[in-house]
Design a protein around this ligand. Structure first.
Ligand code: C5P
Length: 357
């Protein structure tokens, strides 16, 4: 693609980044709610959710890929009758290099499962802040695998980003006794206050979130490498990714066969569970667009902005108080984002001076 793709006249690159930020904020809240709002005996199976996510994402990508192929077919003046869109699509999907997607597919299934372990064992805010470590793992893998060179300004921006996120979170980890009810909303260390006495194990949660940061960085960068080193269509790559995700996603479901055969795959799937899966499917599709039109490191900035967004949402919805630490942290995140996005050569001179001295 040479032209910059747009949606409703706006650059797709920025629309997708902002959409991803909103999606991320929504997911942490809804997913956590879906785990703690029912007694454990009535909770749904995360393995089913992970599998369902892949099936839906793969199906949507398949439809989009087919639509794109038929569209280019119509435009071609002498389209050959032997290549029907479906046949063309199958040829693209089962291309000789499709195996490359097996690596990110496996990593993402592991990551999506770990995310459930993490969010069931940690308060939303703690989960969000520790999950931001993926910004640093992603930067590291981008440098290692994509040989991406980051200018000193960009490294400083990454550091500021991490600091800003931590400062924003300081607010959430200090209890605010004057607003006991807001705990059920976003980002309080006490929002885990189990409505049904779920036993949380922070150690397990931290272990899961740390592992998820590594799979996130590696899988994202690997997917970017495959995507940018070939001409294959993004949506075909997504279908390949989902196909390779099926075996590892089905395995845990089969493992829990007893409960699936006696209750069905969708046992205990209530509104929160469906909302979780829907937001995840949407997020997967937007993530793919972000990786294609910007890159994994910018994706990290979008998700940090999501933390700022979820706090703003809780101010509006749950009368959260804005504290000085929130203002300082959020400003740092925004400044870091701006700094990272400065085109080479137009970076703030002062930073280059400080860094190079
Ligand atoms: O947290 P992170 O950005 O690494 O999460 C990426 C999410 O997007 C995962 O849930 C993964 O399954 C999904 N994804 C996708 N299709 C892609 C890339 C990522 O569904 N092409």
């Amino acid at each position: 693609e040479t032209a910059v793709p747009t949606i409703f006249g706006l650059p797709l690159k920025y629309v997708s980044l902002v959409t991803l930020a909103v999606q991320n904020a929504a997911l942490s809240i809804v997913m956590h709610q879906s785990r703690v709002s029912t007694p454990p005996s009535l909770s749904y199976s995360p393995a089913s959710a992970v599998l369902l996510n892949e099936i839906l994402k793969g199906s949507i990508s398949l439809v989009i890929a087919l639509w794109r192929i038929s569209r280019t077919d119509e435009r071609r003046p002498f389209s050959s009758p032997v290549s029907s869109p479906v046949r063309q699509l199958l040829r693209d999907i089962f291309s000789p290099d499709c195996w490359k997607l097996s690596i990110p597919a496996l990593l993402y299934v592991v990551q999506n499962s770990l995310q459930f372990v993490a969010i069931s064992n940690l308060p939303v805010a703690t989960f969000q802040v520790t999950y931001q470590m993926k910004i640093l793992t992603t930067a590291a893998f981008s440098v290692l695998l994509l040989r991406r060179r980051l200018s000193p300004t960009k490294w400083v921006a990454l550091l500021f980003l991490a600091i800003g996120v931590a400062i924003v979170q300081l607010q959430s980890s200090s209890p605010s006794p004057s607003h006991p009810h807001q705990d059920t909303a976003v980002g309080s260390a006490h929002d885990s206050a189990p409505y049904y006495m779920h036993v949380m194990s922070p150690l397990k949660g931290f272990g899961a979130v740390t592992a998820a940061c590594f799979t996130s960085g590696l899988a994202g960068v690997y997917f970017e490498m495959v995507l940018k080193n070939s001409k294959a269509d993004l949506w075909v790559r997504n279908v390949q990714l989902s196909l390779f995700s099926l075996p590892p996603a089905i395995l845990p479901v089969l493992y829990a066969r007893d409960s699936v055969t006696s209750h069905g795959l969708l046992h205990n799937f209530g509104a929160w569970a469906w909302a979780t899966v829907a937001i995840q499917v949407f997020g997967g599709l937007v993530t793919a667009i972000v990786i294609k039109y910007s890159d994994n490191i910018l994706k990290g900035f979008a998700t940090s902005l999501s933390i700022v967004l979820s706090f703003l949402a809780s101010v509006l919805l749950f009368h959260f108080r804005i504290t000085p630490s929130f203002v300082v942290g959020a400003s740092t995140v925004l400044a870091a984002t701006w700094m990272y996005n400065q085109p080479a050569g137009r970076e703030p001179a002062i930073i280059n001076q400080v860094v190079s001295n």
